[in-house]
Design a protein. Structure first.
Length: 724
């Protein structure tokens, strides 16, 4: 049976729901509540793995070892020499360790990565015959960011369900299935306006309960509760009481029957600018949240977020808070892109809506994840060379994990203590004009290691984004860091990176990050295409691909033990490895302060302009054209030759904003009414309906306000405020 057939065969199977456990919110709702403190400090210095993680790994390692042995044995069956697998697995310390990193990118990232994960999952029909079935069972860590985190959270907190199970329960008539994306968060009831109103009111009531309990809320709370309707539809109130730490009590996690899930967010003070060179990267795992970065260098027990502490000790020793770590709130935090419009002309709009609908909000934190009280208040774990501002603040602020440009959540998996040999990196970002990846996230992570913030990890050499695109590395799997002998100038030998980009096989999967509804056919097509991107077209483009992936997994241990490389692996590496250091990006970085002003002249084509502080850009040459588009079409055209100027006009009954645009590709947002007058060689933008999410997310460093970002972000803000 062909994979397309099995994915379309949506058999009716009973759905495995999560059993409610004691770790849910003590209020049995969205509001946190009082509990007894566990005793002792709630924080630790980030000098190694937590004891809880170490103990969990003792159970996971033998399970992953068995599954990985089966996968590698299958992958090397036709090798002329099959001794390598047995040599490695004869000693536990030589067994390779696998991690998975799923990038951001909204539902595009979630659905495409779902197909990629399905290709690795032996629970997927046909994954063994046409894919990499069993590799997921052999993985130890699974990190997600933003849209990629929507995938990891959906699977893990639904009792480690499978993509196949989700597909089996999808149908045009089953409106209570996971990922029923037929209706967007703008109109979750579809044509049933009464149902939509009821859902909006339920979200408002859930948020009000948290406020009544004495906690500040923001757009992230609303966003998280809205998303939960699509990820946990079978739980009471869509999981309003489901906490991040509750997974500790799931049998599948307690027994280490799944990879260790990690969510990534960035620390950011309201109004500030972050980049891959200065951001503090936070991770949430089942036991802790915190950062390995020297600006914090600490972790706290995630179960007791919301407790008032000083240097990790509860101020009231017998009273802590539980339930703050709502799984939807943390999931929404990792995908919080709303603050990207901070400093724009839309700040006043956000503030006005917030004043009306967010009762405990202030003007500068309505669009950012609010973690208050600050769990790291009064700590002294940060590097002596760094400011202690974070520990002095009463509030910890977190945003989308990709806002610093690192859209693939590498950092938790690069920690030397986690001892990974290989990371499978799913890149479903939208870096190019056409909304395909171009390797920018790898570039950002590579550069970060040469800054003071990144000195605690290493990352292999990668090419520039221009080389990435020129050599087609963004259209096929590529291995980075194949030869440890070439990496000796780095802090240590990092894991080998197996890079899997989103690319078109059977479906144009370069949909907008802000496309908030997918019908059944679109969902299946996106997942199907992701499966094919992961498997070189169901192994049709390269029947030996499973063997090549096996070689990549074993490479680090094979090198360290100086075992002869099988001839087949040498051939694979010549095909898939990128090793040209001469065209890698420079490690000599120049960073801009948050108060700097820069002027750039951009010539020709489409340009991403990153705002580090204040920046203006004048563009000359080629331009793009955007016209009205339905939700199923792509709205950014190829660059055109220089031509005459065009006027941009849209009509609406609300407000009117006039913008002067000169040349190139410009930030234009349709929010109510906007009229934009363009001069020179310009873009044309026509009206777009409210249901059209036509511009994709930007992931560069700092507050990226390019045309894709602003229009999409403001569309989402319209959505979220409609919920309020």
């Amino acid at each position: 049976m062909q994979l397309n057939d099995v994915l379309l065969a949506l058999s009716v199977l009973s759905y495995v729901t999560t059993t409610q456990v004691n770790a849910w919110s003590p209020t049995n709702g969205y509001a946190p509540g009082n509990v007894s403190c566990p005793g002792g400090t709630l924080i630790r210095s980030a000098t190694g793995l937590s004891q809880n993680e170490i103990e969990w790994l003792k159970k996971r390692n033998p399970i992953a070892k068995s599954a990985l042995h089966d996968f590698l044995t299958r992958g090397t069956t036709n090798f002329s020499n099959t001794d390598l697998v047995e040599k490695l697995f004869s000693d536990d310390k030589n067994v390779p360790k696998v991690g998975i990193a799923a990038s951001g990118g909204g539902y595009r990232a979630m659905l495409s990565a779902a197909g990629m994960v399905a290709a690795m999952d032996d629970r997927t029909y046909g994954a063994d015959e046409h894919g990499l079935g069993g590799l997921l069972q052999g993985a130890t860590y699974f990190a997600g960011l933003s849209g990629g985190n929507w995938l990891t959270t959906t699977l893990a907190w639904n009792n480690w369900t499978s993509v196949q199970d989700i597909l089996n329960n999808l149908s045009a008539t089953n409106t209570s299935s996971i990922w029923d994306l037929e209706n967007s968060v703008l109109s979750p009831g579809g044509v049933n306006q009464t149902l939509t109103a009821q859902i909006f009111e339920a979200i408002r009531e859930e948020i009000d309960l948290k406020v009544a309990a004495g906690f500040k809320v923001s757009l992230v709370d609303v966003w998280g509760r809205a998303l939960s309707r699509y990820f946990f539809p079978n739980l009471p109130e869509a999981g309003s009481a489901l906490t991040w730490s509750s997974i500790r009590d799931f049998d599948v996690f307690k027994n280490a029957g799944m990879p260790f899930p990690i969510s990534v967010a960035d620390g950011k003070y309201p109004g500030s600018t972050i980049s891959s060179t200065n951001s503090t990267v936070f991770e949430f795992n089942p036991f802790e949240m915190g950062s390995w970065d020297p600006t914090l260098n600490a972790f706290t027990d995630v179960q007791y977020l919301g407790s008032k502490v000083d240097n990790g000790l509860p101020i009231e020793s017998d009273q802590c808070i539980a339930g703050f770590d709502n799984v939807g709130f943390i999931t929404g935090t990792s995908a919080d892109i709303f603050n990207l419009v901070s400093g724009s002309s839309f700040t006043a709009i956000i503030s006005a809506f917030a004043a009306k609908f967010l009762p405990n909000a202030t003007g500068d934190d309505t669009d950012i994840g609010i973690y208050a009280p600050n769990p790291f208040k009064g700590i002294s774990t940060m590097d002596a060379d760094y400011s202690i501002a974070l520990s002095k603040s009463d509030t910890l602020y977190l945003v989308d994990g990709g806002e610093d440009g690192e859209v693939i959540p590498f950092e938790p998996l690069l920690q030397k203590k986690r001892d990974l040999d290989v990371i499978f990196a799913f890149d479903n970002s939208d870096d190019t004009d056409e909304q395909w990846p171009n390797g920018n996230s790898l570039v950002q992570t590579y550069q970060r290691q040469f800054t003071s913030q990144g000195r605690h990890f290493a990352f292999p050499y990668v090419p520039t984004t221009e080389v990435f695109v020129k050599e087609g590395l963004n259209k096929r799997p590529t291995f980075f860091g194949c030869d440890a002998s070439n990496l000796t100038e780095l802090a240590y030998v990092p894991p080998l990176i197996v890079y899997i980009p989103n690319t078109e096989y059977s479906y144009a999967s370069n949909t907008s990050t802000f496309k908030l509804s997918y019908d059944l056919e679109e969902r299946i097509a996106m997942i199907q295409n992701g499966f094919e991107a992961m498997t070189m077209g169901n192994l049709t483009k390269d029947p030996d691909f499973v063997g090549c992936v096996s070689c990549a997994i074993m490479r680090r241990k094979q090198e360290s033990l100086n075992i002869t490389l099988p001839d087949e692996c040498a051939k694979c590496f010549s095909t898939y490895c990128w090793n040209d250091k001469s065209t890698s990006i420079s490690s000599n970085l120049t960073t801009s302060s948050s108060n700097s002003t820069a002027t750039m002249t951009l010539t020709g084509g489409y340009h991403n302009t990153t705002l580090l502080g204040s920046m203006s850009a004048t563009a000359t040459g080629k331009t793009n054209s955007i016209s009205s588009a339905s939700s199923s079409t792509k709205s950014i055209s190829e660059a055109h030759e220089p031509g005459n100027s065009s006027d941009l006009t849209t009509s609406s009954s609300n407000s009117t904003v006039t913008m002067a645009l000169t040349g190139g590709y410009h930030n234009t947002t349709l929010l109510g009414s906007m009229s934009a007058t363009a001069t020179g060689k310009t873009n044309s933008i026509s009206s777009a309906s409210s249901s059209t999410k036509s511009i994709s997310e930007a992931h560069g460093a700092g507050n990226m306000l390019n045309a894709k970002n602003v229009l999409g972000t403001m569309a989402l803000i319209r959505v979220i405020y409609s919920l309020l």
